[in-house]
Ligand binder design. Structure first.
Ligand SMILES: Nc1ncnc2c1ncn2[C@@H]1O[C@H](COP(=O)(O)OP(=O)(O)OP(=O)(O)O)[C@@H](O)[C@H]1O
Ligand SMILES: [Mg+2]
Length: 468
């Protein structure tokens, strides 16, 4: 026990405490009436002050902000064990947790404060909250695994994309959770690439528990610790099923259009060759006969034969034109053309087709729109014939100044309209495309046993649609 120690206020019995104070790696100080009256080495180092400077300050000089309620303070200016923001000599801020003990110092009541710097912990906690929010908000499925591919992370989007809850999958090997097929690359090759380069970017398909196959664009990266040891993997997975389906549908529609075009060309070529060209050849031969005829009677006879040929050729050309577009539309307008179509189908298929039309029929709809609506009704009737075995089909056309609606309803078998259809079925897709091209929309309502209702609504040119 030295004299200085006695002078400094520490009694003999407190010598050990003094060492604990001095040599503690946590900053500590003694406060008396807000004044800092003693300080250890760790505090001087941590706050960046010389001893004299420190002891010339009050506890308020250290605080970066005033305490929220002055009433809650103790004698030392701190509530026992609270988190404070302090300012160091260089102006930087630290968050500290201060634990205060009531002590007797130089015979007077004082407070011994022990300080724990929690800045790093707080920053880490903030970072964690930020990451949690980010993971909960992104729409891509984020999946983490350890280096043995055992799942360790599964965000909200992963739950909805893969249809599995985090509790079900965390701790499971990923091969048990995903039924994955890689697209354009073998599984072993993809894993090798990930192991060798630490990265993978590619397309996969998964089969979900509910049987649905989904297309995923996946980016994966290996996660390393500061020593370069591989800790695991993180992958960000985007569900591109809809996009893939749309692309496949467009491809199929395009190839359908092209083959329909080819088919149509062949048909026209056939007709021109077999019908028109034949007739024109006969005409040529007949004309030569007229040229070479010796008398008027013979010429007149040849001319009347030729007239017959020309009118046959004309009929042929008209028939060809009718085949190219529904000419009934030109002659009759949409409503009557549909009525006639309904009659034909009804006669051929043996179920009732009735047509109701409401609203004005004039002025006529634009030509392209009439054709589109006619073709849609035609496909809906064909579908009813092929798939529904209905007793009756009703077609309703409703027109007002701003839009036209076409509703085709059958009382047949119905189907599950929510199922993604195969790429080879183009009827409904084509109808929807026609509706979209005309600036409108189409809905299909159907369920097994309850018939099918297809509703098309298209705005009329220059007017806004009242349809949603
Ligand atoms: N009115 C209906 N009643 C019952 N099922 C229907 C009806 N319309 C469509 N479907 C079902 O929806 C499927 C898709 O119809 P869609 O018209 O797109 O294709 P498709 O008729 O099979 O072939 P296509 O490409 O020749 O039209 C049909 O295969 C059928 O299962
Ligand atoms: Mg069809």
């Amino acid at each position: 026990m030295t004299e200085e120690m006695v002078e400094a206020g520490w009694s003999d019995a407190q010598a050990d405490c003094r060492r604990v104070f001095e040599e503690n790696s946590h900053p500590m100080w003694v406060v008396e009436d807000l004044k800092l009256v003693d300080v250890n080495q760790a505090a001087l180092l941590h706050y960046g002050y010389a001893r004299d400077e420190f002891l010339g300050m009050t506890i308020d000089d250290l605080a970066a902000e005033k305490p929220p309620q002055a009433g809650a303070e103790t004698k030392s200016g701190h509530a026992p064990r609270a988190v404070w923001r302090h300012r160091r000599k260089d102006g930087s801020f630290i968050d500290v947790e201060v634990t205060s003990f009531a002590v007797t110092f130089r015979g007077r009541p004082a407070s011994l404060d022990s300080v724990l710097d929690v800045s790093y912990r707080r920053r880490t906690e903030e970072q964690t909250r930020y990451l949690e929010l980010l993971l909960a908000t992104v729409t891509d499925a984020v999946v983490a695994s350890d280096d043995k591919f055992v799942l360790t992370g599964w965000n909200a989007a992963a739950e909805s994309t893969y249809g599995r809850r985090a509790e079900e999958v965390l701790g499971q090997p990923d091969a048990l959770v995903f039924r994955t097929d890689f697209v354009g690359v073998q599984r072993a090759e993809a894993i090798k690439r990930l192991l060798e380069t630490g990265r993978f970017h590619g397309e996969l398909t998964h089969r979900r528990n509910d049987g649905k196959r989904i297309h995923i664009e996946s980016r994966a990266a290996a996660l390393f610790d500061s020593e370069g040891k591989r800790l695991g993997y993180v992958s960000v997975n985007r569900d591109i099923t809809e996009r893939r389906y749309a692309e496949e549908t467009i491809r199929a529609l395009l190839s359908d259009v092209l083959s329909a075009q080819e088919e149509e060309r062949r048909r026209i070529a056939r007709e021109l060759h077999d019908d028109t060209a034949q007739t024109l050849t006969s005409l040529l031969v007949g004309l030569r006969a007229v040229e070479q005829s010796q008398d008027l009677g013979q010429a007149l006879g040849a001319a009347s034969t030729l007239r017959g040929l020309v009118s046959a050729a004309l009929l042929g050309v008209q028939r060809m034109a009718r085949g190219l577009r529904p000419s009934v539309l030109d002659d009759l307008g949409l409503e009557e053309a549909l009525e006639r179509l309904g009659l034909e189908v009804s006669r051929a298929q043996g179920f009732v087709v009735d047509l109701h039309s409401t609203g004005p029929r004039l002025p006529r709809l634009p030509e392209g729109l009439e054709i589109a609506l006619y073709r849609m009704a035609q496909e809906a009737l064909t579908n009813a014939t092929k798939h529904a075995s209905p007793k009756a089909v009703s077609i309703l056309i409703h027109r007002n100044l701003t839009e036209v609606r076409l509703v085709i309803e059958d009382d047949g078998k119905g189907f599950d309209a929510s199922e993604i259809l195969s790429e080879t079925q183009l009827g409904l897709v084509g109808m929807r495309e026609r509706a979209h091209l005309a600036g409108g929309s189409m809905t299909v309502e159907s369920s097994p046993g309850n018939g099918t209702t297809i509703c098309v609504s298209v705005p009329l040119p220059g007017k806004k649609s009242s349809a949603s």
